[in-house]
Design a protein around this ligand. Structure first.
Ligand code: FMN
Length: 244
């Protein structure tokens, strides 16, 4: 039983050995050359690359408390989260946690198709898990407002002091998993987003996962190529105090 997997059709029952052989065959047929290089993610090179502060153990909240306190927050104070907080959120999204290259979020076949961006006033960030760094571009102060337009005019997006943008390169997963790839990468975006939401709570911040967006409009505003699929915009900030 433990050695048998159901693959899509209940009538198609394959052993793990069969699945491995099929996957390896698929990988060989696809060829690793189909994997887009990093340089094909953005339409222009970054203005700079910065090191991020090392992630710190987060406060005193237990995981149970963080789960219990998580709720969607759509109204924020004007203050922008600090660079250590942004670094902590990006690490929660896709940080490398072990020498094998494993990350905070699981990934089908450890192929890591996700690419995480952040938008603060005047800056676009692209997280580089390797070395816990970020590429940065100077960006118009109106970028969050433009992304709000790309998300059916949602105020939570246009007014957010920080947006975490979760995108993925489906081709990276397609080379191995073919017809399941789009589903796998979407699932991974969910894992990643939940990490960000819980890390925000642990930092005393609030956030909401926004999935109502136009892929093309988000790509255009962020200068991303078609290799990337945007899944979520996650506005993050200090929750606005009641009555303000
Ligand atoms: C796939 C998905 C897409 C979502 N898209 C949006 C969105 O576009 N705008 C928004 O304000 N909230 C969005 N949400 C947040 C939900 O509205 C929210 O999780 C739900 O109302 C439950 O409330 P809670 O998060 O406070 O528990 C989305 C949630 C999920 C899981």
């Amino acid at each position: 039983m433990a050695d048998r997997l159901d693959v899509r059709s209940p009538r198609l029952r394959l052993t793990r050995r069969h699945v491995s052989a099929l996957l390896l065959g698929g990988l060989a047929a696809a060829g690793c050359a189909t994997m887009p290089s990093k340089r094909h993610l953005s339409q222009r090179p970054p203005d700079r690359v910065v090191s991020l502060p090392q992630p710190q153990p987060l406060g005193v909240l237990s995981l149970t408390e963080a789960l219990a306190r998580r709720q969607s927050v759509r109204e924020f104070e004007l203050t922008t989260p600090t660079t250590p907080q942004i670094g902590q959120l990006l690490w929660a999204a896709q940080g490398i946690t072990r020498s094998s290259g494993g990350r905070t979020a699981p990934s089908a076949g450890a192929l890591y198709p996700l690419e995480v961006y952040a938008v603060t006033r005047g800056t676009l960030w692209h997280y580089l898990p390797d070395g816990h760094r970020a590429e940065q571009w100077d960006a118009p102060a109106t970028l969050a407002a433009e992304l709000g337009d790309a998300a059916v005019g949602q105020d939570a997006v246009s007014s957010a002091p920080l947006l975490v943008v979760i995108t993925g390169v489906v081709d990276r997963t397609y080379a191995k998993y073919r017809g399941r790839a789009a589903q796998f990468v979407t699932l991974e975006a969910g894992h990643c987003a939940q990490n960000v939401l819980l890390a925000a709570v642990a930092l005393g911040l609030g956030a909401v996962p926004v999935g109502a967006l136009s892929d093309e409009a988000v790509r255009r505003r962020l200068g991303l190529t078609d290799a990337l699929t945007p899944y979520y915009l996650v506005p993050v900030g200090t929750p606005r105090a009641a009555g303000e």
